[in-house]
Ligand binder design. Sequence first.
Ligand SMILES: C[S@@+](CC[C@H](N)C(=O)[O-])C[C@H]1O[C@@H](n2cnc3c(N)ncnc32)[C@H](O)[C@@H]1O
Length: 240
Amino acid sequence: MSWYEDLSLWSGFSDVLFSAERARHAADLVATSPLLAFPPGSRVLDQCCGVGFFSAPLARRGHRVTGVDIHRELLERAEAESEGSFVRADVREYVSPDAFDVVLNMYTSFGYFDEHDDNVQVLRNAYRSLVPGGELIVDLLSKEIYASWVGPPKIVDVPGGMVVMRDTILDDWTRYRTDWTLVRGNTAEHTALTCWVYSAAELKDMFSRAGFEKVQCFGNFDGGPYDGEATRLIVRGTRA
Ligand SMILES: C[S@@+](CC[C@H](N)C(=O)[O-])C[C@H]1O[C@@H](n2cnc3c(N)ncnc32)[C@H](O)[C@@H]1O
């Protein structure tokens, strides 16, 4: 089993990944970000939707949302919180031709697959699922941003304990490994995941290979440039 197929990672570390604070932040981004301001009633596909942190506020704004995730338990939480349709599928396979005005892939839900081409396939599936003129937005931590903060372990407080996070760069900066240890009282739970880490130039190239045009990068959800101040890499491309 690959790490992303292991539900215990997503549910065991839910206090970090799917915290109430993150839900509020996602709702705030949907309310304020010019990059997430879609025409009323847009059909939105949320790839790797998790518990629906972006699906729910988008649906509340009147968009017609479909969330796709590999874990049924996360989709059940999304369904309980949000209008919309939630589908259990692997993003390497899920395609709904010409069905969406927007495809989102949020909060570093990209680069999970061992084969680089499988990651490109996720972009191809988004392309085929969009109507002409529709747009894909991918939001992640890029190689450049990683380079600015990778190093000493970080500690994040969670209810009743803490998570210690340590990142290791692998394979000549093509991938990274994250080790997470959740410490609560006398117990410690450990998990690790390995992802690709892409630069802006690499992702732009992947978007082009998948067929996208007008590929642009942003460094935050205000639509600011992807420069030395960037806190995220947000790549947007349009289906021709
Ligand atoms: C970092 S979480 C982000 C979830 C959501 N986008 C958010 O902003 O909260 C990544 C999500 O990707 C899902 N996932 C991992 N591998 C997947 C795959 N092969 N196909 C579909 N979903 C997958 C996980 O179940 C998890 O919900």
